[in-house]
Design a protein around this ligand. Sequence first.
Ligand code: UDX
Ligand code: ADP
Length: 443
Amino acid sequence: MRLSVIGAGYVGLVSGLCLAEKGIEVVCVDVDEARIDAIKRGNCPIYEKGLDELLTRNINKTFEATTDIELAVKTSDVTIIAVGTPFDGNQIDLQYIEQASEQIGRALATKDGYHLVVVKSTVVPGTTENVVLPRIERYSDKKLGVDFGLGMNPEFLREGEAVQDFMFPDRIVLGGYDEKSHKVLADIYAPFQDVDQLFVDIKSAELTKYTANCLLATLISFSNEIANVAASIGVDAREVMHGVHLDKRFTPLLENNHRIYPSFITYLEAGCGFGGSCFPKDVKAFISFASKTENPTKLLDAVIEINEAQPFKVIELVKRHFPSLAGVKTAVLGIAFKPGTNDIRESPSLKITDVLLKEKALVTAYDPVAEAEASVYFSGKVPFAKTLAEALEDTQVVIILTRWEEFGNVPELISHNPDPPLVVDGRRMLDKDSVPKYEGIGL
Ligand code: UDX
Ligand code: ADP
């Protein structure tokens, strides 16, 4: 079997390289020539743990990259669509899905043999059948179920852990138009025999992805709402969430009669809000989709509302000590929306830093991997420290906004400072007693 993957972004490149690693022949396509050239040279265009190694190991063996979509589709048996589906301010923007579907249709027009087209991009229910399918039929003049099959296979990849999540998935959801489509999907995932594979219809697969992301985002906003209440009555939200979490319904695993508390995967962790390329856009796109079905989404509306307000809680904490931020030397630690990635899309850190700048604080930023991306965003308005120690030199306030492991060294690094800075912990990653002046979300 040979696969073509359209789009060599986070989803396409990770999926393509992981399937190549499993021994399947893969050709990845992108319109971005510089990106494809880099991949061909073995240079991974995104920062993602373990991806470099997969590229080095598989390039020009089971993995190839090209800008020629027609050739890629024609020389493959299956095409996976992994282009971006941004939110345009009102609804999901399907322009890349539409273009890719047309191009696939054109390529299939002169291809012999059965072909399966699989949507991996996150798309609102109905998109695969109402947007992708008609374009393939129109441009190929071929017939669904006879000449080609259709599938929808959502990804559940966390940035920073995407390779691990692909290689060791919790489940694989395979939406298929008919039995034949399901059969080819099963062949693709044959190397993942010991994983639960759910064979469902296409719309159900589409909705599963949104439901998963909306639930996780809801848990985070719920935790932030509780944290804000806890803080205002003098209770530590971390202790509360610990107490809630040790319920077997949230923490089912036991070791020596103690529940294993998986703090890193709970989504009950209060902080300065969720960001990234998925939760904000997916929840908003789903709300817009649901409104077209005339179903209100009061809960999800609140999830977004809480998330948009949460970054400003960090500013409130700073203002308890510095009512005016003008001229206050402030070190912002972490611009990436979470650790393990250089992705700054929708990062709460951007919003917080923008307020600090607007209120004329003297900001220095530090991020171990996202400096280049952040510098473009701030277009020179924010100086970056090269090391954590440099960021902490001569500062009055330290604000932690990304849970980078390295920031665990802050207490030690400021411990010899005769006039230690205020530490505002937007991710509750430090022990509240580890620094002389500490403020944290939900405390
Ligand atoms: C998410 C989903 O987890 C993944 O399954 C899906 O396929 C894509 O979207 P990702 O965007 O990489 O993955 O990030 P994730 O690790 O889920 O975190 C999202 C945001 O939520 C981050 O900004 C993180 O800091 C925040 N978060 C997460 C919290 O504020 N509290 C938590 O308890 C967990
Ligand atoms: P995601 O994070 O969902 O993977 P990205 O935006 O990072 O999304 O990546 C999508 C990739 O798809 C981009 O590199 C973009 O250039 C590419 N792309 C979009 N449309 C097409 C197309 N018609 N053919 C090939 N590549 C495409």
